[in-house]
Design a protein around this ligand. Structure first.
Ligand code: NAG
Ligand code: NAG
Ligand code: ZN
Length: 379
C-alpha cells in the first residue's frame, strides 16, 4: 500500500517536468575515455522505498532467482534504495549477501502524512544529516550490514533541496548521489568543478563542490512522449506488446549513444493486479537485454566505480566473470521471531519490525515531522 502511495506521489512530482521530448536538443555525453576497444553497454536496475514482503514476492522468484547474464554467467543484480518504515531487514540482509547493493533513501521518507512531499521540500542540512545517519544505523543494526560500508543515496521524491542535502551527504562520507535527473543521457560524474548539475530538472540544484559522485537519472520517454526520471512514472500503453516496445525504444536510445541506462522504479509497479501487462513486459524486457552480448547489468556502485576506472568490454567481462563466481559471502541473519511489535500512534494497528538484531528496540524511532534542521546556506 505504501509503495502505491509513493508511486502516485512520484507521478505527481513528475507532472511538472513533463514535456514533449522532441523539443529538447540532445547534448554530447561525458563518456569515460579508454585506450582501446569499446565501453560496455551498462544497465542499472534500481528499486526505491521499503523492502517489504510484498516487494519480495513480486521480484524474487521471477527476477532474481531466474535471470542470469549468459555471457558473464553473473546473476542479475540490482540496487535497493531503502527507507525504513515497513522494511523487512532480514530480507535486506539476504539481498546484501546475494550480492545486491544496499543504498540509502532516507529514514522517514518524509513520514506518512498526506503532505510528506511538501515536508521533504523544506528539509535543511540538519534534517538531511539525521535522515542519513538513522538510515545507516538502521541498516547496520537491523540488517547487520558491515559498519564500514560506504553507501550511495537517493533522495525521497528525488527532492534534494539543492545544497542542503548535498552538504549533509558530503559530510557523511556518502559515495554517490543518484537523485538528479536530466534530459540528456549521462555517465556518473564528480561534483567538483561541475557545470552540469545546475541544469538538473528538479530544482533547486546543487551549486557547490562536493567529494561525492553523481550517478544521474537520464529520463525515459513514455508512449505519450512525456518524460519521467523514475521509469514507472511513464505511460506504457495497455498491452504487454505495447509496453515492451516502449521499453525497447528507450533502450535503443541509450544503446545508440552507448551510455548507461538507469531502470529505476518502485516494487509496487511490479506487483500483479491490473498492472499485470507492465510486469510481464518488464520481465520480457530484462530477458532481452540479458540476451545481448554487449549489455551488462551492474549495481549503481559498480557503475560509479567503473566510471572512475574505466575498462573496455573485454576487460570488464573477464573481471565480472571472476568476481561473480567468487562472491559467496556467508548468511549472517537469524531473523528475530516473532517480529518486534510497536503500537501505532492511533493505538489500534500495530507496526512490525523484522530485524536481525537479537533484541527489539525499546521504542520505535521516529523523527519529529516538523524538524527541518539547521541550513547550510541560508543567512
Ligand atoms: C509506517 O507504515 C505503517 C503501515 O503502512 C503506517 O500505518 C504508519 O503510519 C507508517 N509510519 C510512518 C512514520 O511513516
Ligand atoms: C565536502 O567535504 C570536504 C571534506 O570534508 C570539505 O573540505 C568540503 O568543504 C565539503 N564541501 C562542502 C560544499 O561542504
Ligand atoms: Zn521513494
Amino acid at each position: 500500500m505504501i509503495s502505491t502511495m509513493f508511486l502516485v506521489a512520484v507521478l505527481l512530482a513528475f507532472g511538472q517536468i513533463s514535456l514533449a521530448v522532441d523539443t529538447e536538443p540532445s547534448c554530447p555525453t561525458n563518456s569515460p575515455t579508454i585506450r582501446s576497444g569499446k565501453l560496455p553497454q551498462f544497465v542499472v536496475l534500481t528499486f526505491d522505498d521499503a523492502v517489504n514482503n510484498e516487494l519480495w514476492e513480486a521480484i524474487y522468484t521471477d527476477i532474481f532467482d531466474d535471470l542470469t547474464d549468459p555471457f558473464t554467467r553473473c546473476d542479475l543484480k540490482a540496487t535497493f534504495f531503502i527507507s525504513h518504515n515497513n522494511t523487512n531487514y532480514a530480507k535486506v540482509n539476504q539481498l546484501f549477501h546475494d550480492g545486491h547493493e544496499i543504498a540509502l533513501h532516507s529514514y522517514s521518507h518524509g513520514g506518512d502524512r498526506q503532505d510528506s512531499e511538501s515536508l521533504v521540500r523544506k528539509f535543511r542540512m540538519g534534517r538531511w544529516a539525521l535522515e542519513i545517519q538513522q538510515n545507516i544505523n538502521a541498516l547496520i543494526e537491523h540488517a547487520l550490514l558491515p559498519k564500514e560500508t560506504y553507501f550511495g543515496w537517493r533522495s525521497p521524491f528525488l527532492f534534494t533541496t539543492g545544497d542542503e542535502s548535498f552538504t549533509a551527504l558530503n559530510a557523511s562520507n556518502i559515495l554517490y548521489d543518484s537523485s538528479l535527473s536530466f534530459y540528456e543521457k549521462s555517465w556518473p560524474y564528480p561534483l567538483i568543478n561541475d557545470k552540469k548539475s545546475s541544469s538538473c530538472l528538479i530544482k533547486p540544484c546543487p551549486s557547490q563542490d562536493y567529494l561525492l559522485m553523481e550517478a544521474p537519472l537520464s529520463v525515459w520517454t513514455g508512449i505519450d512522449n512525456e518524460v519521467c526520471a523514475m521509469m514507472d512514472a511513464c505511460k506504457y500503453g495497455s498491452t504487454r506488446e505495447e509496453a515492451y516496445e516502449v521499453m525497447m525504444a528507450n533502450f535503443r536510445r541509450f544503446h545508440e549513444e552507448n551510455v548507461p541506462m538507469p531502470i529505476s522504479l518502485h516494487g509496487g509497479a511490479l506487483i500483479n493486479g491490473n498492472n499485470g501487462h507492465f510486469r510481464e513486459a518488464f520481465i520480457d524486457f530484462l530477458r532481452t537485454l540479458l540476451g545481448m552480448r554487449d549489455v551488462h547489468f551492474v549495481t549503481m556502485r559498480q557503475l560509479v566505480e567503473f566510471s572512475r576506472n574505466p575498462k573496455n568490454t573485454f576487460q570488464f567481462m573477464r573481471e565480472a566473470r571472476r568476481a561473480c563466481v567468487t562472491f559467496r559471502p556467508k548468511e549472517s541473519c537469524q531473523p528475530k521471531r516473532p517480529a518486534c511489535e510497536f503500537k501505532n500512534t492511533d493505538g489500534e494497528n500495530s507496526v512490525y519490525l523484522h530485524t536481525c538484531a537479537k533484541r527489539c528496540p525499546s521504542q520505535r524511532l521516529e523523527i519529529a515531522f516538523d524538524y527541518f534542521g539547521k541550513s547550510c546556506c541560508e543567512a
